[in-house]
Design a protein around this ligand. Structure first.
Ligand code: NAD
Length: 447
């Protein structure tokens, strides 16, 4: 099939590349000319394991191309995927300006009948709005192409996106149209060979499914963070509690790791957008509000612990920070807990030597320039270089290379043996035996 993917972010680029890998002809369109130029040379603007190989191979075999012009892509496309961002608006609702701009352009440029597939995470009822927008612009220019808008939310995880796309737990296709259903079943057939993963439903049901999935995952995390806070107050080790409850298969081990809060471009914005949808219906989203509140509080926990130990004035202190990305396996810094921590520490005069295995370049673009200019934030060449002369190490992202550090080297490099562990990566007994003051989430800093 000839496919057009609009938006080359984490979702669009992975979608386009994986469909090309399955033999389709794919054009990826983005308004960002710099990204498109880079992609044409086979260079991925984002870090995603395995993506570079897929990208280079499919460009070389002429199945994958990039363009800044949706109008040109409309010459040959049959199925159009919308994968543009839906960032949070000021009131927490999903900002649909990019999605509706794409709909407008499709209405203006489509040359034949088309299936338009919405992969962006959008509120219930958006497929209908997209359909109406396209039809309005088609009518305006006297075109009578038949367009069907389908909801096909994406569930990939950054850091494992290629694998998730190639071997999805489920593929949700929301449409009431028999032809679109048939075409998409055909398109996704290679991903559905060993297992029945295709789920068909109405467009509104599909739109809601995506929000419910993310809200459920965020709820598990916030629940566990609240339990962790209580454990800390009661002198209980949350890691024992986690193992104890996870062994119950009704609960399971996934997504019950306490930490310094969830971030990224999805959970925070999607929980807020779902709260907004609830209020629009006159429903108070009590659970979802609490999930969001707990997460905000959790992002403050590490700073609170540091201030409790050193006081409000941190100007004489230097901290090492391990991990900037919102989770391991990605360079995405959107709503990352590292940001909240840095804001608190820098506002109190601290200096930070940070290291992240892949998010250093992104950090230079993402964080305020003055943090670098005034040397409050310095990026270290490797994880041990970040430790030189510091008063404490703060671990924010649980990248694998941070899991088994050389405690001897740490002790030699650091001015003080102090570790604040935002992801409960280390054994408190081992750390204390090595002479470290060790404070983690939901575990007493004393015992
Ligand atoms: P992103 O911000 O990384 O990328 C969006 C891209 O769309 C950008 O490159 C931007 O330049 C481009 N764009 C914006 N307007 C455009 C237009 N009019 N025409 C062409 N391109 C345009 O976004 P993302 O993280 O890939 O997310 C995309 C959507 O998928 C969002 O709704 C998100 O909630 C959802 N989603 C994201 C993930 C994830 O892990 N990132 C997972 C599942 C679903």
């Amino acid at each position: 099939m000839n496919l057009t993917i609009i938006g080359t972010g984490y979702v669009g680029l992975v979608t386009g590349t994986c469909f090309a890998e399955m033999g389709h002809h794919v054009t990826c369109v983005d308004v960002d000319a710099r990204k498109v130029a880079q992609l044409r040379q086979g260079k991925s603007p984002i870090f995603e394991p395995g993506l570079d190989d897929f990208l280079k191979r499919n460009i070389a075999q002429k199945r994958l191309s990039f363009s800044t012009s949706l109008a040109d892509a409309c010459d040959s496309g049959e199925v159009f995927f919308i994968a543009v961002g839906t960032p949070p608006d000021q009131d927490g609702s999903a900002d649909l300006q990019h999605v509706l701009e794409v709909a407008r352009q499709l209405g203006e440029h489509l040359k034949s009948d088309a299936i338009v597939v919405d992969k962006s995470t959008v509120p219930v009822g958006t497929a209908r709005m997209v359909q109406e927008t396209i039809e309005h612009h088609l009518q305006h220019r006297g075109a009578d192409h038949r367009v069907v808008v389908v909801s096909n939310p994406e569930f990939l995880k950054e850091g494992a996106a290629i694998n998730d796309f190639m071997k999805p737990d489920r593929i949700i296709i929301g449409t009431e149209d028999a032809h679109a259903r048939e075409r998409l079943a055909e398109l996704y057939a290679p991903f559905n060979r060993n297992h029945q993963r295709l789920l068909f439903m109405g467009t509104r049901d599909a739109e809601m499914t995506k929000y419910a999935a993310n809200a459920m995952l965020a709820t598990k995390i916030s629940f566990m963070n609240e339990v962790a806070h209580l454990c800390e107050a009661l002198g209980v080790d949350v890691e024992n509690v986690r193992l104890g409850i996870g062994s119950d298969e009704r609960i399971g081990y996934h997504f019950i790791y306490p930490g310094c809060g969830y971030g990224g471009s999805c959970f925070p914005k999607d929980v807020r957008a779902l709260c907004h949808m609830a209020r629009d219906q006159g429903i108070e989203p009590g659970i979802l509000d609490a999930v969001e509140r707990r997460n905000q509080a959790q992002k403050e926990r590490l700073a609170q612990k540091i201030i409790a130990r050193y006081g409000e004035d941190l100007s004489a202190l230097t901290f090492a920070l391990w991990g900037l990305a919102f989770k391991p396996g990605t360079d995405d810094l959107r709503e990352a807990p590292s940001r909240t921590l840095l804001e608190h520490l820098i506002a109190r005069g601290a200096r930070i030597q940070a290291y992240d295995p892949v998010a250093m370049e992104a950090a230079r673009e993402h964080f305020p320039k003055e943090w670098f200019d005034r040397r409050h934030l310095m990026l270290a060449e490797h994880q041990y270089a970040a430790l030189e002369g510091v008063d404490a190490l703060i671990l924010v992202t649980e990248w694998k290379p941070f899991r088994h550090p050389d405690l001897g080297a740490m002790a030699r490099l650091m001015r003080q043996r102090v570790v604040f562990d935002g992801r409960n990566q280390y054994d408190p007994h081992q750390m204390r035996a090595a002479g470290f003051y060790y404070d983690a989430i939901g575990r007493s800093s004393e015992s």
